[in-house]
Design a binder for this molecule. Structure first.
Ligand SMILES: CC(C)(COP(=O)(O)OP(=O)(O)OC[C@H]1O[C@@H](n2cnc3c(N)ncnc32)[C@H](O)[C@@H]1OP(=O)(O)O)[C@@H](O)C(=O)NCCC(=O)NCCS
Length: 391
C-alpha cells in the first residue's frame, strides 16, 4: 500500500521513513483496492480532534494516504473509497472529516471546503521590533528534542483552546513528525527547540542558495516549522530570539495563521514578508447539529438554511438558532432564508470564510434580506482559524 502512495505522490521514502509511516497507519480505518492480487489504490484516516471556535475539540477523521495508481485513475476508485471513508467516520460518531488537498479540484465534489489558510513568512535578521523584548518578558532556553514532548504538549493544548482549526496530536506524531531530527541534507544545524514559559519555537538553521565554499555570501536561514506563543511577552521573547541568532541572515516562519500578530510586532510592517499563502485544512461536515452545538457564536442569529449536498444526511433545510448562549440546528420544512452548498458551509464552519464573501462571490443565494449578514455576524471568530499539522 505504501508503494502505491509513493508512486501516486512521485516520491521514494528511505527505509526509516517508510517504517515510521507503516507504524503510524491505522489499519482498521485503511482501505485498499486490489486487482489481480496487487494493491492499486488506498486511503486511510487518522483518529483526531480539531478545535472549533470557543475552544471545544470535535472528533475528526483526518483523511490521508489517498492514492490511486496512474494506471487506474479516473475510474471512480477515489469516489468509492471516499464514500466508504465518510460512512465509516459517521458510524464512529465523528461530526467532521478533514484533509489537506494535493490539488484544489479534487475534494469539493465530496462536500469538503477549505476551512483554514496558512502562510509562510520571512523576517530579516536584526529587524527592530516595536516593543523589543526585555528581561521582564522571561527567558528563552534551549531544550533537547528528546525531552521536548512533555514540555511542548501543554502549550499546544493551550493553543487549541485559543484557536479553531488546530488538530490534536498523538505521542508518535510528536516524536516522528514534529520533533524528528532527520537532517534535510546540505548544510544545516540539528533541530532545536527554544522554550519560553508561554510558548516555544522549533527551528533548524540551514544554508540556502549556493553553498560551495567559493560562493559568498551564503544565505543562512533560521527555518521555523512551528512557533506557538500564547502571550505578548512570549511573542516578543521568541521573535526577538529568532531574529537575533548569530550568523543567520533571515528567519523563515512556516505554517503561520493569516492574521499573524507577529506582523504587528515588527517596527515596519514591510519587514515581515509573506512568501506564500495557501489553503490548509479542508473540512467535510458529517453531523451539522453536533458542529452547531459545539462551536461558539458571536451574535444571535435565527434563519432557515438550505444545504445543497449529495449527502442525504446533510442536504435539505435546517433552522439555525445560534447565539452567545449556544446553538442548535434542526430539520424543518419551512422556506429557506439562505441557500449554500455543503462545501461552502464547511468553509465558514471555523470562521475562516465569511458568509458575506460567499454572497459577494455568487456562491450563496439569499432569499431573505439580512439572513447572510446575520449568519456572518454570528459565525465571526476573534482570531483566524489555524492549522499547523500537514497530514
Ligand atoms: C487524486 C486521485 C486520488 C484521484 O483518484 P481517481 O480514482 O482518479 O478519482 P475518481 O475517478 O474517483 O474521480 C472522481 C471525480 O473527480 C475528478 N478528479 C479526480 N482527481 C482529480 C484531479 N486531480 N483534478 C481534477 N479532478 C479530479 C474526476 O475527474 C472525477 O470527475 P467526474 O465524476 O466528473 O468524472 C488520484 O489521481 C491520485 O492518486 N493522485 C495523486 C495523489 C494525490 O494527489 N492524492 C490526493 C492526496 S490529497
Amino acid at each position: 500500500m505504501l508503494d502505491v502512495c509513493d508512486v501516486a505522490f512521485h516520491r521514494t521514502q528511505p527505509p526509516a521513513a517508510r517504517e515510521r509511516s507503516r507504524s503510524r497507519v491505522e489499519l482498521d480505518r485503511t482501505r485498499i483496492v486490489v486487482e489481480d492480487g496487487a494493491v492499486v489504490a488506498c486511503s486511510g484516516a487518522w483518529t483526531r480532534t480539531v478545535s472549533v471556535p470557543g475552544g471545544a475539540a470535535l472528533p475528526m477523521a483526518g483523511v490521508t494516504l489517498v492514492s490511486v495508481l496512474p494506471t487506474h485513475r479516473r475510474r471512480g476508485l477515489l469516489s468509492a473509497m471516499m464514500a466508504a471513508q465518510l460512512a465509516d467516520a459517521r458510524d464512529r460518531g465523528e461530526p467532521l472529516a478533514g484533509l489537506w488537498a494535493s490539488e484544489g479540484a479534487i475534494y469539493g465534489r465530496f462536500g469538503f471546503g477549505p476551512a483554514t489558510r496558512t502562510r509562510r513568512t520571512a523576517i530579516a535578521r536584526g529587524v527592530p521590533l516595536r516593543t523589543p523584548p526585555t528581561a521582564a518578558d522571561g527567558p528563552v532556553r534551549l531544550v533537547a528534542t528528546a525531552d521536548a514532548h512533555p514540555l511542548l504538549a501543554p502549550l499546544h493544548d493551550r493553543l487549541r483552546a485559543d484557536r479553531a482549526g488546530v488538530v490534536s496530536r498523538t505521542a508518535s506524531w510528536w516524536r516522528q513528525r514534529i520533533l524528528l531530527d532527520e537532517p534535510p541534507g546540505g548544510e544545516h544545524s540539528a533541530l532545536h527547540v527554544a522554550l519560553h514559559a508561554d510558548g516555544y519555537a522549533i527551528y533548524r538553521v540551514v544554508a540556502a542558495g549556493d553553498t560551495t565554499p567559493a560562493a559568498a555570501p551564503t544565505e543562512v536561514v533560521v527555518r521555523v516549522p512551528e512557533l506557538v506563543a500564547l502571550t505578548p511577552a512570549s511573542r516578543r521573547a521568541l521573535l526577538g530570539f529568532l531574529t537575533s541568532i548569530d550568523l543567520a541572515t533571515r528567519v523563515e516562519l512556516h505554517e503561520r495563521p493569516v492574521d499573524d500578530e507577529l506582523g504587528l510586532l515588527v517596527a515596519a510592517p514591510q519587514d515581515l514578508r509573506v512568501l506564500h499563502e495557501a489553503d490548509a485544512l479542508w473540512l467535510r461536515i458529517l453531523d451539522l447539529p453536533a458542529l452547531v452545538a459545539a462551536r461558539s457564536w458571536a451574535a444571535d442569529a435565527a434563519l432557515v438554511l438550505e444545504v445543497g449536498s449529495d449527502d442525504p444526511a446533510l442536504a435539505g433545510r435546517w433552522r439555525l438558532e445560534v447565539g452567545p448562549d449556544g446553538g442548535a440546528a434542526t430539520r424543518v420544512a419551512d422556506a429557506a432564508d439562505l441557500v449554500l452548498r455543503d462545501r461552502d458551509l464547511a468553509s465558514i464552519a471555523l470562521g475562516g470564510t465569511s458568509p458575506i464573501a460567499l454572497l459577494d462571490a455568487g456562491l450563496a443565494d439569499e432569499r431573505r434580506t439580512g439572513a447572510t449578514a446575520a449568519l456572518d455576524a454570528a459565525a465571526r471568530t476573534p482570531r483566524a482559524p489555524w492549522t499547523i499539522d500537514v497530514f
